[in-house]
Design a binder for this molecule. Structure first.
Ligand code: ZN
Ligand code: ZN
Ligand code: ZN
Length: 248
């Protein structure tokens, strides 16, 4: 049977890692290893094509030259998740782009969709793409934001970014899904939190509350990553990085 993979192109916050001129532990580690982590975005590779979640890396343009893009899912219209749409909308064949309703949106792409067919999500209502089921789940953030529960014939996972909390209805829905795995926003460390995102302790607690076996943290900043490195913190549910793959 063909293995379905969820592949992370980037797992960082808006800034990416390393930050220009920054000498923190995370940035120095990335620089020494010749790595770069772009803003969080991922794709699912199927036999028949690829499905993108968010768009914060030009790497996606190259990926869909290898395999055709079947659909685009957008968590929200913040720039680090949506800017890639400027280029991804250029396709000679129509591609559905699912997104939360947001009156501010991203005017440049919504008014000139080119190859994209924009489809407003209805919370908790699934859409199917090539045998996979995607269900938008509202999250608490500074713009209307939807995480996605993704179900394949084998497994189910939730992609939950960006968020500072999960409200009762969404939490209950996630608990009822018998999820195998959760990927969740943990932008902050425990000393810095301006309430737009979760810190790693809050994210770990939410993974436990949802009740899954496997949990992974994403959308890290260089600050939160440095904090974990400097304090040798062992997280029950750890951060993942660019290039991480999960068998779905
Ligand atoms: Zn973000
Ligand atoms: Zn840094
Ligand atoms: Zn955001």
């Amino acid at each position: 049977m063909y293995k379905i993979k969820l592949k992370f192109v980037g797992t960082s916050d808006t800034a990416g890692i390393p930050i220009h001129n920054c000498k923190c532990a995370a940035c120095e580690m990335y620089r020494k290893e010749g790595r770069f982590n772009s803003p969080s975005c991922a794709y699912i590779e199927l036999a028949g094509g690829v499905i993108f979640i968010d768009s914060g890396s030009d790497e996606l343009i190259k990926i869909r030259e290898r395999k055709k893009q079947l659909a685009q899912f957008l968590t929200h219209f913040h720039g680090d998740h949506a800017y890639g749409l400027l280029r991804l909308r250029h396709s000679a064949k129509e591609i559905p782009c699912y997104h939360p309703k947001d009156d501010k949106g991203f005017a440049d792409v919504l008014q000139r969709p080119h190859g994209f067919r924009f489809v407003e999500n209805i919370p908790f209502q699934s859409v199917r793409v090539d045998g996979l089921e995607f269900t938008p789940v509202p999250l608490v953030h500074t713009r209307p934001t939807h995480g996605y529960v993704i179900k394949t014939p084998n497994k189910s996972a939730a992609y939950l970014t960006d968020c500072s909390d999960i409200e009762e209805e969404s939490l209950r829905f996630l608990q009822e899904q018998s999820l195998d795995c959760v990927f969740i926003d943990a932008s902050y460390d425990t000393e810095y939190n301006d309430v737009k995102h979760l810190d790693f302790n809050m994210a770990n607690k939410l993974v436990e509350l949802i009740g899954v076996r496997e949990g992974f943290l994403i959308h890290q900043s260089h600050y939160s990553l440095s904090y974990v490195l400097n304090h040798n913190i062992e997280l029950k549910y750890p951060y993942i990085f660019e290039g991480f793959e999960y068998n779905l």
